[in-house]
Design a protein around this ligand. Structure first.
Ligand SMILES: Cc1cc2nc3c(=O)[nH]c(=O)nc-3n(C[C@H](O)[C@H](O)[C@H](O)COP(=O)(O)OP(=O)(O)OC[C@H]3O[C@@H](n4cnc5c(N)ncnc54)[C@H](O)[C@@H]3O)c2cc1C
Length: 550
């Protein structure tokens, strides 16, 4: 390749298209033509964005390139004048706010509860600036966790509430799909991507518009990140569950920590504590609420997951060039407008091309689905959530009742398939015809599936929305609701139904100073990048308030 990946340079040229079979080396000549300069006038260039465009009946790659010219500022300005406005800019990404160190003395080393993306990045930030955080994570480190999931759970069906696909080093992020999409596109998101690259992610995540890491690469990245924290003076303690806290005059003063399942609790005096506990730590959320930490409800998603042969998805998206080696597995994002009647749209969530469906629950006796894929997205199937948004306020549910509502569907699903951790499944055609499917059942779910009536595992509003959405989707994408489409359920963990109310300035929980709720469980993030950014921003608040320890 004739370019480097992420050098910042003054001119950005957009909308450069290359056909599928053209090498990226052709970009130099393309960009020089667009800029009306010769290739020799270009000192250096770098791809900063690569997207697949399959919209106008043909599939091509579209690029953004940063260019530095030999001729200097005047010549650059001349080139820019010749370019169409939408095709060029000279603005480098804006830098994030500079770090400011506070003056107050830290009462204790900062504590981070939870080592998912929000906790990891908060701890990393604190460590990088000399604040030596102590991380308390209820799960195990990633190698032991791997064994707990792959052997004890998948093979022996022994679910471990300490160490599973949601709890342990890296949190829910470790076995997530590792899609790094975010609606925000700012310097802090870029910063997180660069860190992930630094700890082992492919450099393509810095340029692809749909970056993806894969569940086979994430565990190594998480453990490298942890080792970096440790090398900077931070400490990560596994199998340490925070079970209680004490608040004095609206200030968090101590937390109770249990080491392992049966050990007695120990009390720990604390200063600032970041809580990045994820949205599945229902016990901890309930404990925090019972101690007066303010939580409110927020809308959340609930639905099913649908799985198709990946070749079918490729055909929908790429038509005649489906299967082209440069394209990889296709994904989709779809919206069935107003399928849920007054509740609005049914839409896809966390589509995993070439992936598998995963169990995503934290306690025994539950089933909840989600999806993931490996870096090469090589499974023969693609799956996606199909969800609608429910507002707890309209259902008459408070925060803790909303968690119980999600759990109710997860328990039903577990019982319906014989309490064996098999996932409920129904063919889309049979779902529409109101009949239980029969015949051999092949699903990517690692614990297998059982034919059931999916309606029994989801709220009526979801079943009705699905019934309304599927025929239209079938029309647009033949086979979407056909016999090869398998519906699994319930998809209950797309987002948290609660939010910890924070002071917008200090980011502390209102009325509980010193407690910083962050990430998905706090209700301020909906994925890896947004959780990581949220964690960093709260770490920055601690840094801005307290002096750097000597
Ligand atoms: C299968 C799957 C696929 C996903 N795919 C994607 C994807 O492709 N892209 C994407 O952006 N997002 C994806 N997500 C979502 C993503 O993983 C989460 O948004 C993200 O992990 C949230 O980060 P977090 O730090 O807020 O919480 P979490 O990752 O949930 O981490 C919370 C951590 O806190 C610990 N903890 C909880 N309570 C306590 C306690 N009391 N004491 C000590 N420790 C505690 C837990 O053990 C856990 O490790 C996926 C999720 C799943 C389950």
């Amino acid at each position: 390749m004739g370019y480097q990946y992420h050098i910042l340079m003054p001119i950005v040229v957009r909308n450069l298209s290359l056909p599928l079979d053209e090498s990226e080396d052709a970009l130099l000549s393309l960009v020089s033509k667009r800029m009306h300069v010769s290739p020799q006038d270009i000192r250096s260039w770098a791809v900063i964005r690569r997207a697949i465009d399959a919209r106008r009946g043909q599939v091509e790659f579209v690029y953004q390139i940063e260019v530095e010219l030999e001729a200097g500022i005047d010549a650059e300005q001349q080139c820019m004048n010749k370019l169409r406005r939408q095709d060029v800019s000279s603005i480098a990404p804006t830098e994030d706010q500079p770090i400011v160190y506070g003056r107050e003395a830290l009462p204790e080393r900062p504590v981070v509860v939870g080592f998912g993306p929000s906790g990891m990045f908060a701890a990393l930030r604190l460590s990088e600036h000399g604040y030596r955080p102590i991380v308390l994570e209820r799960g195990r480190e990633v190698q032991r966790r791997h064994n707990d999931v792959m052997v004890s759970y998948y093979k022996d069906r022994q679910f471990d509430p300490t160490s599973n696909l949601l709890f342990g080093e890296g949190g829910a992020g470790t076995y997530s799909d590792g899609k790094l999409y975010t609606r925000r596109n700012n310097a802090m998101c870029r910063h997180v991507l660069e860190k992930l690259f630094l700890f082992g992610a492919d450099p393509d995540i810095l340029i692809n518009t749909r970056p993806h890491i894969g569940s086979d690469r994430l565990p190594t990245i998480c453990s490298r990140l942890r080792k970096n924290i440790e090398s900077l003076g931070g400490e990560v303690r596994f199998e340490q569950q925070v079970t209680d806290l004490a608040v004095n005059d609206h200030v968090l003063t101590s937390i109770s920590v249990r080491e392992g399942q049966s050990a007695p609790q120990k009390s720990m005096r604390v200063g600032p504590v970041i809580f990045g506990i994820g949205h599945s730590a229902r016990d901890t959320i309930t404990m925090l609420a019972s101690r007066g930490v303010h939580i409110e409800t927020k809308p959340f998603q609930i639905g099913v997951r649908i799985e198709h042969p990946q070749a079918m998805v490729d055909q929908w998206q790429f038509g005649a060039v489906a299967g082209h080696q440069r394209l990889g597995a296709a994904e989709y994002h779809l919206v069935a407008k107003d399928a849920a009647n007054e509740l609005g749209d049914m839409f896809s969530f966390c589509m995993c091309p070439g992936g598998i469906i995963l169990p995503s629950h934290e306690s025994p006796g539950l089933i909840a689905t989600n999806g993931a894929s490996r870096a090469h997205r090589s499974s023969l199937y693609g799956n996606a959530g199909l969800v609608i948004t429910l507002d707890p306020a309209k259902l008459g549910l408070g925060p803790i009742e909303s968690l119980a509502y999600q759990r109710k569907w997860e328990e039903k699903a577990f019982k319906l398939t014989g309490s064996t951790y098999r996932v409920p499944v129904q063919r889309a055609t049979d779902f529409l015809n109101h009949q239980i499917s029969t015949g051999s059942l092949e699903t990517t779910y690692p614990l297998g599936g059982a034919w059931v009536d999916i309606r029994a595992t989801i709220p009526t509003a979801v079943a009705e929305a699905l019934e309304q959405a599927l025929p239209g989707l079938e029309e647009k994408m033949p086979g979407f609701a056909g016999p090869d489409a398998l519906i699994t359920a319930p998809e209950t963990r797309a987002s948290a139904p609660i939010r910890f109310t924070r002071d917008p300035q200090t980011r502390e929980a209102i009325e509980t100073a010193g407690l910083y709720p962050v990430g998905e469980g706090a209700g301020y993030a909906g994925g890896i990048i947004s959780a990581a950014v949220d964690g960093i921003r709260s770490a920055d608040q601690i840094i801005a308030r307290y002096a750097r320890p000597r």
